[in-house]
Design a protein around this ligand. Structure first.
Ligand SMILES: [Zn+2]
Length: 205
């Protein structure tokens, strides 16, 4: 028997009912960083403009950039001052990664989203289409769906059990088998092997 109300069916129904405006929305342009070098420092002159444009918390963006660029720095009025000479293209790349991870909705591509925190997990909620996803989830931009990576750890809900007694989790289009877990459990799962839409993981603490 087919489940008429499975996730994909619901998703399709939501898409069909979207107003024209959203489905034909113009592509959001990621702001360009104005980067200059001053002595041993690198300065993003329009840092606060970028933050305002993407509507995120300046400190959140700042911390991400420090981590991804492996440097220290501080916000000075509209500017972000970074230690060391960092290439403008590298900075632009990291800003684009931030926007893809923390701003753009993976379902409809809208930048009209909200970043929320549920416990330790950051959740991206789309105001345009209602899609919700944890932000640690990597999205295949080309396919527009969530992708798992071997060797990485994910927070997963065990939603079912296999005939062999392994816990089963769902992640995007993947079915993930996790031995030693039980239905209803929340587990940290390290992905060991991926074969098409099936993945095998182990529970980690
Ligand atoms: Zn959306």
């Amino acid at each position: 028997m087919t489940d008429l109300y499975d996730y994909n069916t619901l998703l399709q129904r939501v898409r069909e009912n979207l107003p024209e405006k959203i489905s034909t929305r113009e592509r959001f342009e990621i702001p360009k960083a104005e980067v200059i070098h001053e002595g041993k420092n690198t300065i993003i002159r329009n840092f606060m403009d970028i933050v305002k444009r993407i509507d995120r918390d300046p400190v959140h963006v700042y911390k991400y950039l420090m981590r991804e660029l492996g440097t220290a720095g501080n916000i000075q009025e509209r500017r972000l001052v970074l230690k060391g000479r960092i290439s403008p293209s590298l900075i632009q790349n990291r800003i684009e990664n931030y926007v893809r991870t923390y701003v753009i909705c993976y379902e409809c591509g809208s930048p009209d989203t909200e970043l929320r925190k549920e416990g330790r997990v950051e959740i991206l909620v789309c105001k345009a289409c209602g899609a919700i996803r944890p932000v640690h989830a990597k999205i295949d931009v080309r396919l527009g769906r969530m992708v798992l990576e071997e060797g990485k750890v994910y927070n997963m809900d065990i939603v079912d059990m296999s005939r062999d007694g392994d816990g089963i989790s769902k992640y995007g289009d993947y079915t993930v088998y996790v031995p030693g877990t039980k239905k209803g459990e929340k587990a940290k799962v390290k992905i060991i092997k991926i074969k098409k839409n099936v993945a095998f993981g182990t529970k980690v603490d």
